[in-house]
Write a protein that binds this ligand. Structure first.
Ligand code: PRX
Length: 635
């Protein structure tokens, strides 16, 4: 599995040039030399961004779990595949070897089969970060069922929307979850969600917190007895290269969440290749990504990427602040973590705490530090570099998206010289470009543009579940023949990319993508609310926080405002989840609108950010007088 390891900068440039000149030759060789195929492909790539359609390795037959597990058994059977670190530091770490993972996945796969699941059926997984989560994901892949993992911080409404959108037949959950010193009753949330999901006829429940749960007769089953009774051998389903592997929902700027569909072979090849190179993974390393498997980072770089490489991957159930702010660093020391991959929001939160939390731990095992999910600001970058990496562990600022399946732009550790805030160079096979607002490619450097990708890579999402038209409109309509990322970026004179942030109505809060329209829809449901608009504003830990401007149906008296604020945030928590709560809510008699009735968010953003000196042109507004009023009452 080391036939694709890049070792120095000249080699990177050489490989990069080749990958652009002959992408198919490049990706064919990687696929050929590093994976187990039941049958090789007839055609490496077929694509047309106009339709849009992308197919990699067509005709090939494989099973991704064979590549993640079975093929390692003869040489690495007793190696730890998953190292599970529980929420409570007093509870013992679990080391799940490749042999044990094989047995657990096979048993779980047979449980799913016994439930009547077949290739192509959708399975909703709503679990905390416990080994059953990774095992259930792999069990689905074993039998060719399509997993749809929903982050266990989402509310019942958010869960039922996702279950119904992809018509899941079964839900896998647990009685509850631990989160720091709190417990959350997940099964209760599932019960509530299922009131709206007629298609679900089976719920499998793992025991984690031993809370009391109501089990619905004929529908709900405890998982453990089923696993005990299932056979430990399950032949992997033979999958076509382009069979869907999973659906993962991501917020859009409007409408309901988009179920991004990833398929089997291309996703496997790309996540394996990028894991190896971006983290410079070596055989005895202990790799830890702190993301949740409910997000794409967890799918690609806790489960599939590491396991295809036969790595040891850490799953952490808890939070960085429990039992204190030294938890991450205690785990790094305890397991001698070599690669550590987290989000800027976590770095910023920890950097605010006393340095003792870091200095009392031995962090010398670290070799590579990763960052993902949002732009990393210079201050956070330096803190990470100075206090965690001690200036000897390169920081890989990895830019990518749910839609891209894997990392597209990133330094390679000890190879690409790093510059704070720059995600730096495209990985082999990735052809980024910057476009101006008129649709022309920006050839010059140092100019802000919109980031697009010109050519397909193996792990690009193939469609939005049930809505190919929306896929086309969202990603392939803005610029002809290009995938549009929704991000702004700038390229410097040495070809490094710096991601400047979203250019659409998606706001990244603590590394989570939030569309403004779905939150506004929830607020507008409040009986007292006539209209609302949400914008992001800079926040020193979250990166961005949400600012809501709300018009009430009747001018309320100020005494009722705090109550209304609480009610609005409560509704958001119930319909979406606590991550979408607003930091500030300003009640206003109007919103700045253009003559065509569109809210001018640019002005609202500036007011929220307290940048009212230069509001730009407001002459096209229908109601310019409202601007000063909003400024006068801003929070
Ligand atoms: O705006 C970019 C930001 O996160 C968005 C993708 O979010 P999501 O699909 O949830 O996936 C997050 C994990 C891959 C992007 O459009 N983003 C992600 N990584 C970076 C980033 N922005 C700047 N720098 C990054 N390294």
């Amino acid at each position: 599995m080391s036939n694709y390891h890049i070792k120095h900068l000249e080699e990177y440039y050489k490989i990069y040039r080749k990958s652009v000149r002959e992408p198919e030759v490049f990706w064919e060789k990687i696929a050929e030399e590093n994976f187990t195929w039941y049958k090789k492909w007839d055609n490496v790539l077929e694509w047309d961004f106009k339709k849009p359609e992308v197919k990699w390795y067509q005709g090939a037959k494989l099973n991704i779990t064979e590549n993640c597990i079975d093929r390692h058994l003869s040489t690495k059977g007793n190696k730890t595949a998953i190292l599970f670190e529980p929420n409570n530091p007093g509870e013992e770490t679990q080391h799940i070897t490749y042999n044990q993972l094989h047995e657990r996945v096979n048993r779980f796969a047979n449980v799913l089969k016994n439930e009547g699941l077949k290739k192509g059926d959708r399975v909703c997984i709503y679990l905390p970060m416990i080994p059953d989560l990774a095992v259930s994901v792999l069990a689905c892949a074993r039998i060719g069922a399509i997993h749809s993992v929903v982050f266990a911080g989402f509310s019942a409404t958010a869960l039922s929307t996702r279950i119904n959108d992809s018509d899941c037949k079964i839900v896998i959950t647990s009685d509850g979850s631990y989160r720091g010193n709190k417990t959350i009753d997940l099964k209760k949330i599932v019960d509530e969600a299922l009131n709206d999901c007629a298609g679900v006829n089976s719920v499998l429940v793992a025991k984690r917190i031993n809370s009391e749960v109501t089990m619905k007769e004929g529908r709900d089953k405890w998982l453990q007895p089923l696993l005990n009774n299932a056979s430990s051998e399950c032949e992997p389903e033979v999958m076509d290269a382009e069979d869907p592997l999973f659906i993962l929902y991501t917020s859009g700027s409007t409408g309901k969440p988009k179920g991004m569909v990833h398929t089997t072979a291309g996703y496997m090849v790309y996540t394996a290749y990028t894991f190896k190179n971006v983290f410079n993974y070596k055989d005895d390393d202990i790799y830890w990504c702190t993301a949740d498997i409910g997000w794409i980072t967890g799918h690609s770089y806790i489960v599939y990427g590491p396991l295809t490489n036969g790595a040891t991957t850490v799953m952490f159930e808890g939070v960085p602040s429990y039992p204190d702010y030294g938890r991450f660093w205690e785990i790094v020391e305890k397991h001698k973590i070599t690669q550590f991959y987290t989000a800027p929001t976590a770095i910023r939160a920890l950097a605010k705490e006393h340095l003792d939390y870091t200095t009392k731990h031995d962090l010398s095992s670290l070799k590579v530090l990763g960052s993902v999910g949002e732009p990393i600001n210079e201050e956070a970058w330096h803190w990470y570099n100075d206090h965690i990496g001690k200036k000897k562990s390169p920081i890989v600022d990895t830019w990518w998206q749910t839609e891209t399946g894997g990392i597209l732009i990133s330094p390679l550790p000890n190879i690409t010289p790093t510059i704070p805030t720059y995600a730096s160079l495209p990985l082999p096979g990735i052809q980024p470009c910057l476009m101006d607002e008129k649709g022309k490619e920006i050839i010059e450097n140092q100019i802000d543009g919109r980031l697009c990708i010109k050519y397909p890579w193996p792990s690009i999402a193939r469609t939005i579940w049930g809505n190919h038209q929306r896929y086309k409109e969202t990603y392939f309509s803005a610029y002809k023949n290009k995938y549009f990322t929704g991000d702004g970026a700038m390229r410097n004179t040495i070809g490094y990319y710096r991601i400047t942030g979203r250019v659409d109505d998606v706001i990244i809060v603590s590394g989570h993508n939030l569309g403004t329209a779905p939150i506004e829809d929830v607020i507008n449901e409040h009986p007292a609310v006539a209209e609302s608009a949400i914008v992001g504003f800079p926040h020193d830990v979250k990166g961005n926080a949400l600012y809501g401007y709300v018009i009430l149906k009747e001018t309320g008296d100020e005494n009722s405002f705090d109550k209304l604020r609480k009610e609005i945030n409560q509704m958001i928590t119930e319909h979406i989840g606590p991550i979408a709560k607003l930091n500030k809510i300003q009640f206003t008699p109007g919103l700045p609108k253009t003559r065509s009735g569109k809210i001018m968010r640019r002005i609202l953003r500036k007011i929220a950010a307290n940048e009212t000196d230069n509001l730009g042109d407001t002459s096209t507004l229908l109601n310019p007088e409202i601007v000063q009023e909003i400024i006068d009452n801003s929070l």
